[in-house]
Design a protein around this ligand. Structure first.
Ligand SMILES: [Zn+2]
Length: 291
């Protein structure tokens, strides 16, 4: 029996991972109620001191709930041009000091980190993180295909929510998605909620990269909860009809997805059920190096 495993999600059930121990446990319980058996708690870009505190919160929650298997740091080493729902003022360059500070603060807790490879020092940072046993994802980036390939050669093995917060795939400049499709070492996260990606594209990526698609929720607090006003990191988010956007804008701010729903969306798009389930279980577990 495959364990549905979400390696990129920020919360659910009305709670964000890392805000409080009780809230983190409640968010995990909300996803578990929809069938997710293991999850990595994603934390948005925040000042190091806040991230450190959030990691301590998650660590404490993990002692009570074995379904929470670590954290994913989405930032703070992201491109200002592609920040999405990350606060500009919290983005920093991946200097050796900043990277080592985060790794030390994580103390083994960090499963995954998203890095924009065009930032100064980013390629070295990728190697540092990989050496520390952290899965590195390319994302929130302006990188072209050539730079993405360099990131993969330095050890990045994942693409953060493919197609979203990065250049598209165009004729002679195929961008990070094209580079990832072309590289068997790399897996591609997709947010299959019917909002972030056209369902026909989801099905096409499954065909183009067999065994390398990772379904993620990128869920924020409103997943498995109701529409309304929420906060993601420090930014206000409005959720209407299950669509989350930064308040007063069209910028998508995560999803209200569960993994079970993502599988349904894929199957409706024509993806074989077994492939969709594997993309939400065995593939992400292999990416993380889990048994
Ligand atoms: Zn993101």
């Amino acid at each position: 029996m495959s364990v549905l495993t979400d390696i990129h999600g920020h919360g659910g059930g009305g709670h964000a991972f890392g805000d409080s121990v009780e809230g983190t446990l409640a968010a995990a319980a909300a996803h578990r109620a929809h069938g997710t058996g293991a999850m990595v708690a994603s934390l948005v870009s925040l000042p190091l001191e806040v991230t450190r505190r959030q990691m301590d919160v998650v660590r404490e929650a993990m002692a009570d709930d074995a379904a929470i298997i670590g954290v994913h740091l989405e930032g703070p080493f992201l491109s200002p041009e592609r920040k999405g729902a990350h606060a500009l003022g919290n983005l920093v360059a991946p200097t050796p000091e900043a990277v080592d500070g985060l790794i030390a603060a994580g103390d083994g807790l960090i499963r995954q980190i998203t890095i924009a490879p065009e930032l100064p020092g980013a390629l070295d940072a990728i190697e540092r993180c990989v050496d520390a046993g952290i899965v590195v994802a390319v994302g929130h980036t302006e990188a072209d295909a050539a730079l993405a390939r360099q990131a993969f050669d330095r050890g990045a093995t994942l693409l953060t929510h493919g197609f979203n917060a990065m250049r598209g795939l165009v004729g002679r400049e195929i961008g990070p998605v094209g580079a990832a499709l072309d590289d068997d070492r790399v897996s591609i996260e997709l947010i299959a909620d019917g909002i972030h990606l056209d369902p026909a594209l989801i099905a096409a990526v499954f065909r183009a990269a067999p065994g390398r698609v990772v379904l993620v929720t990128d869920a924020m607090a409103a997943a498995a909860a109701s529409d309304g006003d929420y906060v993601l990191g420090v930014l206000a988010v409005e959720v209407r009809d299950g669509k989350a956007v930064l308040a007063g804008t069209d910028t998508i701010a995560g999803s209200t997805l569960t993994l079970a729903r993502a599988i349904e969306v894929c199957v409706a798009a024509g993806v074989p059920h077994a492939h969709a389930v594997a993309a939400a279980s065995d593939v992400p577990r292999a990416v993380l190096g889990l048994a």
